[in-house]
Design a protein around this ligand. Structure first.
Ligand SMILES: Nc1ncnc2c1ncn2[C@@H]1O[C@H](COP(=O)(O)OP(=O)(O)OP(=O)(O)O)[C@@H](O)[C@H]1O
Length: 250
């Protein structure tokens, strides 16, 4: 089966610091992979290259066979890559509904946003409201993001990703700051609404979330991939346990 995402020999440097070092990683269509590694191991840098926020120093990124490395972020978003951020990036001056609509139009052609017929605008409104309802936000449509709880903000971020109808989803610590019960809720929302039919990379320090969502895990350490395979096997490897969980847990 052709890869949905194929990363080969990817390197990214910041001056003398190598954030990504000759990284290879391939995802099949519909595959969800967990990406773990200690702080500073290059996880967010990889997302930044995949979304076009950093141009790599070497290597290639192919999305459905199309080279995307070095393209600007709007071009990559238009090709179907959407992400969430570890430190939420909601549009604070826009309502919940407007946040969702802006995310949809980040992928849809601008002409579509400008020249919508009243019927098309109504259809879009209905679709956006249904999406908010999926994430338990129907009663918050006109609220500003600051009025939401942390879980609601993260639900909105995930709804924004879904509104962009992406092929590849990049989730950066979607349960950061959440209690175990809240983490369970977000796991359910991601599993039921976001992952089906899409490829995904999930960065997360919480093993509970990674193992619930991702049958496969890759591990980065100092910009290199040190393990990649079925979740249970990878988490059981001595090198991974030493690098990720610290010597105490070995
Ligand atoms: N814009 C930047 N300029 C300079 N150095 C950077 C920049 N972004 C990241 N780095 C460095 O690149 C390395 C990889 O950082 P990155 O944020 O990708 O790691 P991470 O695995 O996502 O870490 P964390 O789990 O703490 O978010 C780190 O040493 C970091 O300090």
């Amino acid at each position: 089966m052709a890869a949905a995402l194929e990363i080969a020999g990817l390197s990214l440097r910041f001056g003398g610091l190598t954030a990504l070092n000759a990284l290879d990683l391939a995802l099949k269509p519909g595959e969800a992979i967990g990406l773990i590694g200690p702080n500073g191991s290059g996880k967010t840098s990889l997302f930044n290259v995949l979304t076009g926020h950093h141009a790599p120093d070497a290597g290639s990124v192919r999305l459905d066979g199309n080279e995307t490395a070095g393209l600007p972020p709007p071009r990559i978003a238009a090709l179907g890559v959407a992400r969430t951020f570890q430190n939420l990036r909601l549009l604070r001056r826009l309502s919940v509904y407007e946040n969702l609509r802006a995310a949809r139009h980040a992928r849809a052609p601008w002409r579509e946003a400008l020249w919508q017929t009243p019927a098309a605008r109504r259809r879009e409104q209905d679709a956006m409201i249904s999406l908010l309802a999926l994430f338990g936000l129907a009663s918050k449509t006109h609220e500003m993001p600051e009025a939401l709880t942390l879980v609601e903000m993260r639900q909105l971020e995930i709804a924004r990703v879904l509104a962009a109808a992406p092929k590849l989803v990049l989730l950066d610590e979607p349960a950061a700051g959440m209690t175990p019960a809240e983490t369970d809720r977000i796991i359910r929302a991601i599993a039921e609404h976001l992952l089906p039919g899409r490829s995904a990379i999930v960065i997360e320090h919480k093993v509970q979330l990674v193992t619930a969502l991702c049958p496969r895990i890759a591990v980065l350490d100092a910009g290199r991939k040190i393990a990649d395979g079925p979740a249970a096997a990878v988490l059981g490897q001595g090198e991974v346990r030493r690098s990720y969980f610290g010597a105490a847990s070995c």
